[in-house]
Design a protein around this ligand. Sequence first.
Ligand code: PRP
Length: 180
Amino acid sequence: MPTRPYVIDEMISAKAIAARIEDLCREIQTEFAGTDKLVVVGLLRGSFVFIADLVRELDLPIEVDFLEASSYGDGMESTREVRILKDLRGAIEGRDVLVVEDIVDTGHTLNHVTHLLESRLPARLKSIALLDKPSRREVDFKANWTGFEIPDEFVVGYGIDFAQRNRNLPYIGKVRFAEK
Ligand code: PRP
């Protein structure tokens, strides 16, 4: 639970997110046109809202699976270890895979997960992130599709938490701590 009082200012509206998802889905459909073996993989927990909206807009035959990764480090080092807390239920060898992430920050999580899944020999592996904070990058990683590039702000909502709160906001908000 957050310990300091704060307010949330809307940064990206629910309407803007929905419109961007429509555009992204058109591009994804073009990329995966004709496939009948696409697995859409959500990275828990932050992607649960995004993947729910994304797959309902995607006019393709898909399966859905989830993977949970946690990254940790002391914040001072540029090397962060990523642990798999929950692996996929299904095998992806020979399958087309779309990995869905809420935000790419340092890049360690999606970089690690992408390498891990590549080692399982999928036919094609692509990634999509709703948000990208390129100014925070520590490893050279870019998702194949990005919803919105944002500055280095503390964001919450649409699946993203502040100390596990605010994931259920329907929009992306910016956290502002109240003056003392
Ligand atoms: C957040 C977010 C991404 C990751 C991005 O996950 O959901 O998965 O951090 O950061 P990175 O690019 O610096 O690796 P978090 O570990 O907070 O877990 P959560 O998804 O359960 O909120």
